[in-house]
Design a protein around this ligand. Structure first.
Ligand code: NAG
Ligand code: NAG
Ligand code: NAG
Ligand code: NAG
Ligand code: NAG
Ligand code: NAG
Ligand code: NAG
Length: 751
């Protein structure tokens, strides 16, 4: 992750963490030109010896079979993964990687990649108030593992008042590390993973968070109550996580400069699985090619097999369609929605008009008004006028900027830093992007859209001495929920039969704990530091759902990851497709509703084999499945083909038309488990959009005892549809006490 990436994504304040993006079809090791260049590779092996020492020995031996000495093999070895899966990471030339792939024992070879990081009141908003019913004793036994940029152990959000020792099942550890004050009964484990040991000068060999992202996500999931938390008095209230009594374990896999390496992410998953976490929260994303070549995909699959649910962010590449990441069927994929408040600053113009801009600007103006100029008016020379529209540093004449409010088109984040550096009095940023989340500014500034920006330009042109002042930000109430424009959208780029994202949760202007090691914006000249701040992104939505999953787990400690996931999806609060035209491709089941998720009535449970059947149906074979299942032994033609159109007992349904010109029909088979009152009757209610026929058979399900299972089928018949059209249908199983809601999406692909 280069510096430019940081700043380019900065307005979202989202950490972009690396996903594995290794392609089976065109392996990156085929070129002879870069034969001498060595790169990191992850090598997956079949089921290995149970003994850790034996496994490490096998890894060294395999590596030395490339005609290199044992010493050199040890030197080139980066990780031996021996706990949750059998694999290793090592430095290889492309030719060596190819030879490795040909070995009997090896089931997959992937080049390590570095990509970018993705990057309160929200709990009351989603209906999990402080007073919600809790199973405190069980909540104390739930452990959330967070893979991120580390943590701030001395933050008030991670103090352990009243918590006893960690649950007996816990096998994790915590340092001691330099510059890390240590763990307690709240933060019960902390580890860091840096494959090359090459820790940047700004960081230390410890899980300390110098970015703030990991601290923020961890406190959202399970921070304790901190009274009177605010950002300089804005949005003040009690900050807390979903499950203030649950435990946290941090796995630092992302670093300044280098970002997050696949190898480190995989090592983080392995440690979390081995240590005994119950839920994994990972706000890391990037483009994915395949379900079996991605470190988060592989890591979360192994976690799922050990009964651990992985909750992950959907990505921040919206509103373009087909951008959702972390879209595996065993992952709970989270979109970002807005809550009912935003932050606005009033701009008072010299002509008496007032305009409202977006963003958080904590500065009270010292003067009643300041001269107002556009960047072009204060360009260094006529040659600089083009770039001066965007207020690029070297294009402006500092002397002319001093004491003025400058209007700049957004060409990148941090223009207010440039204006401030010349002694400017404020910055009005014109941008049509991301106007639904409030950026925190390091100097007086606010954002307006292009049409308002043109009004301001016209005002500047209309008078001899234009003037303006940017007032301090106020909190404003807005209609909600809605899905953030930046939140990645479906359809799932990897399968036409699996709806993603699964759920939406608050991810706009979330106030949570931060680090004092970094200024609020990280920009040059920023002198603002705070223990709490706002961040926006699916990164912030993810820990809300991880916290909700921990809340559900505290009521139902024995539920499988699939059951917890089903409970969360089917209990979600509906969002209207009128709010987001991409409908379920924006929000999945709707807005997370933790309290209802703890009592869903019925769940769609799933066994591990279903996922393999699903992947077989998607065209995977013994070779491409090997990194997931740990051997090349899967025979897709002999495992009973999965039931129904999608082979999955998934709580949502997606039918993608075969062609826009003909009608398409599919049969979906599902099975629900009674987790509500032993004796209950559910009626199937179907809502079909125009041009679609949906039937459910049987129309009623009766249960006489707990855990009883009942099967049914849903037939969806869709007529021809305009390409690109998304239609929303619905199946609800309704009893006197519960509504189990499954969205049915009918989609006509564009090409
Ligand atoms: C093994 O390495 C040695 C020395 O590095 C070299 O002379 C020999 O040709 C190599 N053998 C093979 C089979 O590559
Ligand atoms: C680590 O601690 C030392 C001494 O307390 C301090 O000088 C240094 O800045 C710290 N490093 C980080 C990354 O916090
Ligand atoms: C709450 O925080 C604000 C701003 O930090 C401060 O001015 C105020 O005194 C605090 N109130 C209490 C009761 O601690
Ligand atoms: C620009 O912002 C104003 C004020 O927030 C709003 O009324 C207007 O609809 C926006 N225009 C566009 C094109 O988004
Ligand atoms: C303002 O005036 C400048 C030239 O003085 C012109 O280039 C620009 O288009 C004008 N802007 C508006 C919005 O009228
Ligand atoms: C498995 O699938 C991959 C990618 O689709 C293909 O290249 C390979 O030939 C297949 N292997 C077998 C044994 O069919
Ligand atoms: C896979 O299963 C099919 C059907 O049972 C069988 O015909 C085939 O030989 C098997 N393939 C392998 C490689 O075992």
């Amino acid at each position: 992750m280069g510096r430019s990436k940081w700043s380019c994504h900065h307005h979202l304040l989202v950490l972009v963490i690396v996903l594995l993006d290794v392609h089976w079809i065109s392996p990156p090791y085929a070129s002879a030109a870069d034969e001498h260049v060595k790169d990191f590779y992850i090598i997956y092996l079949g089921d290995g010896p149970d003994n850790k020492d034996e496994a490490v020995k096998t890894h060294i031996n395999l590596l030395s079979s490339l005609n290199i000495s044992q010493e050199e093999a040890k030197e080139r070895m980066v990780y031996s993964y021996t706990k949750a899966f059998n694999a290793f990471a090592a430095k290889l030339s492309p030719h060596e990687a190819k030879k490795m792939m040909e070995m009997e024992e090896v089931v997959g070879v992937f080049r390590n990649q570095y990509r970018q990081l993705h990057t309160t009141k929200s709990w009351d908003f989603v209906g999990l108030p402080l007073t919600a019913k809790r199973h405190l004793k069980a909540e104390r036994d739930v452990i959330i593992g967070v893979l991120d940029t580390g943590i701030t152990p001395d933050s008030e959000s991670f103090q352990d008042h009243g918590l006893g020792p960690p649950p007996a099942k816990w096998k994790g550890s915590c340092g001691p590390f330099k510059n890390f004050t240590g763990c307690n009964n709240k933060l019960i484990g902390a580890k860091y993973f840096k494959h090359d040991g090459n820790v940047p000068p700004s960081e230390t060999r410890s899980p300390i968070d110098i970015n703030g992202h990991g601290t923020h996500t961890s406190s959202t999931a399970a921070g304790v109550l901190v009274a009177n938390a605010s950002l300089y008095g804005i949005a003040s209230g009690t900050a807390r996580g979903a499950v203030p009594s649950a435990r946290l374990a941090t796995y630092k896999v992302c670093w300044a400069q280098s970002g997050c390496a696949d190898m480190d992410i995989l090592a983080g998953f392995e440690a979390a699985i081995h240590d005994g976490v119950d839920i994994i929260s990972i706000s890391i994303g990037g483009p994915i090619a395949s379900y079996s070549s991605d470190s988060i995909s592989v890591g979360s699959f192994h976690a799922m097999r050990k009964g651990i649910l992985t909750v992950a962010s959907a990505g921040n590449d919206g509103p373009s369609s087909g951008t959702v990441t972390n879209h595996e069927p065993w992952i709970l994929t989270v979109a970002a929605s807005g809550i009912d408040r935003t932050f606005k600053s009033q701009i008072d113009l010299g002509n008496g008009k007032s305009i409202s801009g977006m963003g958080v600007s904590m500065f009270n103006p010292k003067a009643k008004s300041y001269p107002l100029v556009s960047g072009v008016d204060v360009a260094k020379s006529s040659d600089d006028k083009y770039l001066a529209r965007y207020c690029f540093t070297d294009s402006l004449d500092g002397k002319k900027v001093k004491g003025k409010v400058v209007v700049c088109r957004m060409g990148g984040s941090g223009v207010e830093s440039t204006v401030k550096s010349y002694g400017g009095a404020g910055t009005i940023v014109i941008s049509d992007q991301y106007l639904d989340n409030a950026q925190v500014f390091m100097s007086p500034a606010t954002t307006v859209n292009t049409s308002i920006g043109d009004d301001i330009y016209r005002y500047i042109n209309s008078t001899r001495s234009p003037s303006a002042v940017i007032q301090k930000t106020r909190q404003v109430t807005i209609p909600a929920p809605f899905v953030a424009s930046f939140s990645s959208r479906g359809p799932n780029p990897a399968s036409t039969r699996l709806l993603k994202p699964d759920i939406a949760a608050p991810g706009i202007d979330i106030l949570a704990a931060f680090t004092l090691k970094r200024s609020l914006t990280g920009l040059d000249g920023d002198t603002q530091f705070s223990k709490f701040t706002f961040l926006s992104g699916t990164s912030m939505a993810c820990p809300h759902v991880a916290g909700a999953a921990a809340y559900v787990k505290s009521f139902h400690p024995d539920w499988t990851p699939a059951a917890i996931k089903s409970a969360i999806i089917t209990s979600a609060k509906p969002i209207s497709p009128k709010v987001n035209k991409e409908a379920e491709f924006a929000y999945g089941g709707g807005q997370v509703n933790p309290r209802r998720a703890a009592s869903p009535g019925l769940v769609y449970d799933m066994e591990d084999i279903s996922y393999v059947q699903f992947l077989c149906g998607e065209g995977y074979n013994a070779t491409t499945l090997a990194p997931l299942v740990g051997s090349r032994s899967v025979n897709c033609s002999s495992i009973v083909p999965g039931i129904g159109h999608d082979s999955l007992n998934y709580p949502t349904i997606q039918l993608t038309l075969r062609s826009a010109k003909t009608s398409t029909m599919a049969v979906f088979r599902r099975r629900v488990t009674n987790v509500g009152p032993p004796s209950s009757v559910y009626n199937g209610i179907v809502r079909a959009p125009k041009g679609v026929e949906i039937t459910v058979e049987p129309k009623s399900l009766s249960f006489s005892k707990a855990s009883q299972k009942r099967s049914f089928k849903v037939v969806v018949k869709a007529q021809q549809m305009t390409p690109g059209k998304i239609l929303s249908g619905l199946l609800v199983w309704k009893s006197s006490r519960h509504s189990v809601r499954s969205p049915i999406v009918i989609y006509s692909p564009s090409d």
